[in-house]
Structures are given as C-alpha cells and as structure tokens.
Design a protein around this ligand. Structure first.
Ligand SMILES: [Zn+2]
Length: 226
C-alpha cells in the first residue's frame, strides 16, 4: 500500500475540519490541524502558544518558521509513516515549498491536495454564527445547531462565547488573507498534478463521498502509471 500524504486546502469555514476528522477515521492516518495544534499551545501557555496568540488574535498568519518546525516534527514521526492529513498547512507558497523540501528530504512527496471550496458569504454565515463553550470548547451555531438556552452550553451549563477568530471583522480579515496568500496554492499544486477540487457547500455526507471518489480515481490512475 503506497503512502497517502494528503493536504486539505480551502477557506476557513469550508468544512475542511469535519472532512479531515472523517478521513482520519476512514484512512486511519494522523490528522494534523494546525489551528488545533496552535490553540492547544495557547491553552497550555507554551512559548509557541504565546507567540502564536499575538498573530491569531489579529487574524494574521503565524510566521512560517514557527509552523514549519512544528509540522516538520510531526510528519517525520513514526505515526505518520503511512501518510498523514494536513489541515491549515501549508497556507502560503513559501510554506508549500518548505513542505516539499521536508518531504523530499524524507524521500516522500504530497500525494493529493483536496481543495474544498466555499464562497465568502457562506463562510461568514457559517463561522459568524458559531458559539463556543468557554469551559470545554463545545461548539454550537445560532442557525444550524442552536443551544437549548441562548448563550448557555447544553452539556455543562458553561457560558457560550464568540471565539476571537470567529468575530466578523476577524473572519473578513482571515478571508482576505486566504485569497491573497493561500489561494495561489491552488495553481501551485495544480501544476504539480496533485490537485483535486471538491465542492464544499454540499451536505457533509455528500462532500465526504466526493472525496472518497476523488481518492479512488487517483489510486486507479497511479496503478496505471506504475
Ligand atoms: Zn460545554
């Protein structure tokens, strides 16, 4: 079985995270979501966390050397031997080049990039309505998954807050950053023949099915070229 080194690409709020978790279960590969890794570091108050928080609170990208170091360590670990799923990295052309260099050093490469797309308006609607439990991070949505009592977590009665990076002005800034810095990766990976486009606005089950089909087709194509 050849290794499966996957990158999920798409704007914030495209449903990438949901699909990443499904892929993790389906494919039994480690799922590295940069946002979760960084938020964990922020919660734990590590040096990485303190540095990262300053950037994240402004809706800016965390500097490359910080992220590249963290991700490089993980993809070089035994658990990622058969492959991995990256979400939130790379986000810029320099990061993509750093990833390629790291993989090449390991005698590996990116197998496929799944571009999960969603329009800006849809992103604002999805993210702007999120309410997160302050205590345990349980997530609700004012429109799609409202709590029984407004502003209160159903599971532990904690207060529900709007996370800093779900605030409308920060979402707009994140989208601007995405279009300017991350969207060029679509061409970068398309030129390398590994890009697969997935429509992210369908229901999660349909999106997951489309991803399964894309990966199956890709494997058939690879078998033919071997
Ligand atoms: Zn809760």
């Amino acid at each position: 079985m050849p290794e499966l080194n996957l990158v999920l690409l798409g704007p914030p709020g495209s449903g990438k995270g949901t699909q990443g978790e499904r892929l993790q279960e389906d494919l039994r590969l480690p799922y590295y979501a940069t946002g979760d890794i960084l938020r964990g570091a922020v919660r734990d108050g590590t040096e990485l966390g303190r540095t990262a928080k300053e950037y994240m609170d402004r809706g800016d990208l965390v500097p490359d050397d910080v992220i590249v170091g963290v991700i490089g360590e993980r993809i070089d670990s035994p658990e990622a031997r058969d492959g991995f799923i990256l979400d939130g990295f790379p986000r810029t052309i320099p990061q993509a080049e750093a990833l390629d260099a790291k993989l090449e050093e390991l005698g590996r490469g990116v197998t496929a990039v799944l571009q999960i797309d969603a329009a800006d308006d849809e992103v604002v609607r999805r993210l702007g309505g999120r309410r997160t439990c302050e205590e345990s991070g349980h997530v609700f949505h004012v429109e799609f998954n409202p709590p029984q009592r407004e502003g209160v977590c159903d599971l532990d009665d904690s207060e529900l807050i709007v996370r800093d990076d779900d605030k409308p002005e920060v979402i707009r800034k994140r989208l601007e950053t995405y279009h300017a810095k991350t969207e060029p990766l679509v061409d970068y990976y398309d030129q390398r023949g590994v890009l697969r486009r997935i429509e992210g606005t369908a229901a999660p089950d349909e999106v997951a099915e489309e991803i399964r089909r894309a990966l199956a087709t890709m494997r058939l194509e690879q078998d033919e070229t071997v």
